[in-house]
Structure formats: C-alpha cells, structure tokens
Design a protein around this ligand. Structure first.
Ligand SMILES: Cc1cc2nc3c(=O)[nH]c(=O)nc-3n(C[C@H](O)[C@H](O)[C@H](O)COP(=O)(O)OP(=O)(O)OC[C@H]3O[C@@H](n4cnc5c(N)ncnc54)[C@H](O)[C@@H]3O)c2cc1C
Ligand code: SF4
Length: 465
C-alpha cells in the first residue's frame, strides 16, 4: 500500500468530459484520461484491503487492483502495466467502456467514493503504448496445432491472443468487413474510437494471429471444412439476434433494431460502404424503445446526427437513486444512471409499454403506449410522435443459424451454447465462449471467458500449460 492515508487526503477525481456543445458535433471520444499527476493521487487512494472485493468479487477478470495501484503510486508504471496485462489482454477497451463492477465492489464505496479503478487502468495502458512497452509476445515454440476462432469480438480476440502466445496457429474468421465484433460495430466511436482496436490487432498479427474478415462460418466455410482443417474450433459468435416487438404497425418504414442502426452509423463513421439507404436522424423525432445501455448508445448517436428530438422509453419503473435494502454493497447497484448520452439531451420516460406503431403512407409517425404501474396494471394511454424508432429491447440469442444446424451444439434452456468449465461443448474439440454462451453481457466478461476457454483449448491440444 503506497500511502496509508491516501483515501483521507485525496478526493476521487471527477471524470473529465468534453463540453456537450462541442462533443455532439463529432464522433470522437467524449471522455479524457487522467493526467499523470492525478493518476498517482488516485492510485494512492487504494487501501490495499485484506479482502480486495474489487478483485475477488467485482472484476470477472480478477484484475490485481491492489498490486497495480501500489506500483502506480510509486511511479513504477511499467511494473503496474505488467500486472495489469497478467489478467487482461485489452485494458485499453475495458479502461474506456467497462461499467466497472470493481468500483461498485470497492471497499471505499461503502462509506466514501470508490477508487477510480477504470481511469487508472486506462491511463496506465496508454502510458504503456506511448512508451513502447507493449510489444508482440512471440511464442518460443510452435505446437503445430491449428485452431479456428469464429467471431472477432472481445471473447474471440482474447482467446486468439492467448492461443497464439501458446504457440498454436490461430485463424480468426469474421463475417463482417472488419475485425472487432460489437467493439467495432455496436459501441459508438464516441465511447471507443476504432484506432484503439486496430492498434491491438497489429500486435496480434505480429504474434501470428491470422484474421479472415468477410467470411461467414457455416455459409462461406462449411463445418466439415473447419473440422477437417483445424484441431479445435472456438465459437465466439456473440448474441446479437434482436428481441422483436410484435405489435400492430411493426412493418412500417422507419423502425429499426438498435444494433442495425448502430452498425450502420459505425460503418459510415469508418467510411465503409453502406448497403441500402442511410439511416439518418437529422431533423427527425426519434423514439428509442428500451431504457438500457444499447438504447443510450442510440440516443448519443441520434444526437450527433442532429435529431430534432429524442425520447427514450422503458417499460420498468424508474430505478431508485440509491441502493435499495435488498441490493447491498458489494453487489452491482441497480440505481438510476445518467449516461453521457442522456446528458446530451433526451427525454426519459419510465413505466411505459408500447402497444402500437402508427403510420401514414407506410411510414411510422408515432408510437402508442400505456403507462404501467409497479404491479403491472395498465393505466393511461399516450401517443408520442416519431419519425424514427429504434428497438433496443435486448437480444434473444445467437445469429449463427446455419452453423448451428451443421454442428448441432447442445444449447441450454435459453438457447445459448452449453459448455463445461473449460468452455468445451457437447461435441469433442468444439469450444464456445463469450455472449453465445453467457447471453448478452459485458466486454470484461467476454474477455474473461475467452481467456478461460483458451486455457481449456490449450489443455485439449495437449500442451498442458
Ligand atoms: C450496442 C452495444 C453497446 C455495448 N456497450 C458496452 C459497453 O459499453 N461496455 C461493455 O462492457 N459491454 C458493452 N456491450 C456488451 C458487449 O459489447 C458484449 O458483451 C461483447 O461484445 C460480447 O463479446 P463476444 O466476443 O462474445 O461477441 P461479439 O462482440 O458480439 O462478437 C461476435 C462476432 O462474431 C461474428 N460472427 C457471428 N457469427 C459468425 C459466423 N458464422 N462466422 C463468422 N463470424 C461470425 C459477429 O459478426 C461478431 O463480430 C454492448 C453491447 C451492445 C450491443
Ligand atoms: S477494494 Fe478498493 S480500496 Fe480495496 S484494494 Fe480494491 S481498489 Fe483498493
């Protein structure tokens, strides 16, 4: 523990964000990393707890916060980075976009404000890149074994990097034009600029990982081809099949699943060719159905496109501003959160169930909803004018239907792939990791699952490390 009284002397730093008026005019990241002086003060707040709940309970990767905070406080950033990379392949992703369950579980959060773990992680890894400390780790020995990874989201990427470092030959197949999964096509640039992914992919290429974008497994490559050309197969295909809203008027123009909208705009921001007509919220009245994070990303994106108005509606009642009694520390707090996108201008309505889309000449012009009380009873009917509607109702499962038919994976009762604790599925040599196993989750959990499954594959291939 660097400074025993650190948490008493230094307050938690406030996140520095670009002013709203400036940031809504572009898609660049809205948040600024800590300065180096502030970084050391913030690390000094860590109490090196006997039972560090940040590490044991909060973080799915079991990042070693007490250790790295101590190194940072001493100005030994290189050692801090080594400890950070020991458990996390991509701290530059989690440092930017993780909701930080570690901070919710930090002991300081009981009475005080948590250590700003995410910002320390973010600045540390950026120092690593600036100093040239992050270099390829080429394996000393090659195993001669081949692994195909299907899907290039955080789970597939983490597994691919681990396997390549163990000396296996790894090919990552991705059906989209570029590598990165939801990091690339779901999460908007204002939360994660895409050069951040490209920089890490360069390191992975130097480590021997081969990327094959634009290839859909099960369609462009059959399961039997993959089976005969690889010693093990890892499915990391995500869970982005949208949950639908089967109500009158759903077939009207102007209604899109959130992920289609976000993929569309992220592709446009990257200068990719867009299929079909461009979904543009400029001067439109936008309604986002679904009060979660994906909905919030639609809000921020529509705001940057110049929407005339944005309303986000949620079927559940407004959450409390503080933890409820049955939601104690160190569990994740189910409280009202205001995202950066909400700060940028959006009306939020709670306890509303959408019952119909209303339209004219084949295009949506409004939605109809009824207010729902806490007991599920329906009351008042309201109408909200809308030219564009985004459905952010969550995800119902995986999208790899043709591959599923060919492989006949065993799935659990929710439709996600069943695996054992090493990520091994019901079929010999077939592994799965990430959202296609857990259901829609977080980047940090996908990285954790990718790493665990890579260890399982490595064992299966017999290198036994
Ligand atoms: C809009 C949005 C915003 C989010 N924001 C955050 C956030 O801020 N912080 C956070 O922690 N989490 C966030 N999440 C959740 C997080 O992104 C996911 O939990 C995570 O990306 C899952 O990783 P994955 O590798 O399992 O799958 P994915 O990232 O979904 O990647 C799966 C990849 O597999 C590819 N694929 C599928 N089938 C095939 C096939 N047959 N052949 C080849 N390729 C295939 C897909 O194209 C995709 O690229 C967000 C999710 C969404 C939808
Ligand atoms: S719980 Fe908080 S104070 Fe304790 S070790 Fe973790 S980061 Fe430091």
């Amino acid at each position: 523990m660097g400074k025993s009284t650190g948490f008493l002397v230094y307050p938690r730093a406030k996140m520095q964000k670009r002013p709203v008026q400036e940031r809504v005019r572009d898609f660049f990241e809205f948040e600024a990393p800590l300065t180096d002086g502030e970084l050391i003060r913030q690390a000094a707040r860590c109490m090196d707890c006997g039972v560090p709940h940040c590490h044991t309970f909060g973080c799915p990767l079991h990042n070693l916060m007490p250790e790295w905070n101590d190194w940072v406080y001493r100005g030994r950033f290189r050692e801090a980075l080594q400890v950070l990379h020991a458990t996390n392949n991509f701290p530059e992703f989690t440092g930017r976009i993780c909701p930080a369950p570690c901070e919710a579980a930090c002991t300081l959060a009981l009475e005080e404000q948590a250590v700003t773990i995410r910002h320390i992680e973010w600045r540390m890894v950026e120092i690593g890149w600036e100093q040239g400390w992050i270099q390829p780790h080429k394996p000393a020995v090659r195993s001669g074994k081949r692994v195909a990874v299907i899907g290039s989201g955080p789970a597939g990427l983490a597994a691919a990097q681990q396997l390549a470092r163990h000396g296996h030959e790894v090919v990552v197949y991705e059906r989209m034009v570029r590598i990165g999964g939801i990091l690339r096509y779901g999460i908007p640039d204002f939360k994660l600029e895409k050069w951040v992914i490209d920089r890490r992919l360069e390191q992975m290429r130097s480590e021997g990982v081969v990327f094959e974008p634009g290839v859909e497994a099960g369609v462009d490559l059959s399961f039997s081809y993959l089976r005969s050309h690889f010693d093990a197969l890892l499915l990391a295909s995500g869970a982005t099949a949208p949950r639908e809203l089967e109500i009158p008027g759903r077939d009207l123009d102007g209604i899109f699943p959130a992920m289609s909208y976000l993929t569309h705009v992220n592709s446009a921001v990257a200068g990719e060719r867009i299929d079909g007509s461009f979904i543009d919220a400029r001067d439109r009245r936008v309604v986002v159905i679904g009060g979660g994070d994906t909905g919030s990303d639609c809000v921020g994106t529509a705001r940057r496109q110049g929407a005339a108005s944005i309303v986000q509606i949620e079927i559940l009642p407004e959450p409390p501003s503080k933890r409820a009694q049955d939601n104690p520390w160190p569990t994740w707090p189910h409280i009202l959160r205001t995202s950066s996108s909400h700060e940028e201008g959006c009306r939020r309505l709670w306890g509303l169930e959408t019952t119909a889309f209303i339209g004219q000449n084949g295009r949506v012009t409004a939605i109809e909803a009824v207010s729902v009380d806490a007991a599920g009873g329906k009351k008042k009917k309201i109408k909200i004018l809308a030219d564009l509607v985004f459905l952010a109702l969550g995800f119902s499962g995986t999208e790899t239907d043709s591959l599923f038919e060919q492989t006949q994976w065993a799935v659990d009762e929710r439709g996600f792939i069943s695996v054992d604790s090493h990520g091994h599925s019901s079929r010999n040599g077939l592994f799965a990791a990430g959202d296609c196993v857990s259901g829609p989750s977080l980047v940090v959990r996908a990285i954790a699952r990718g790493r665990q499954t890579a260890a399982g594959i490595d064992r299966f291939l017999g290198s036994g490390r």
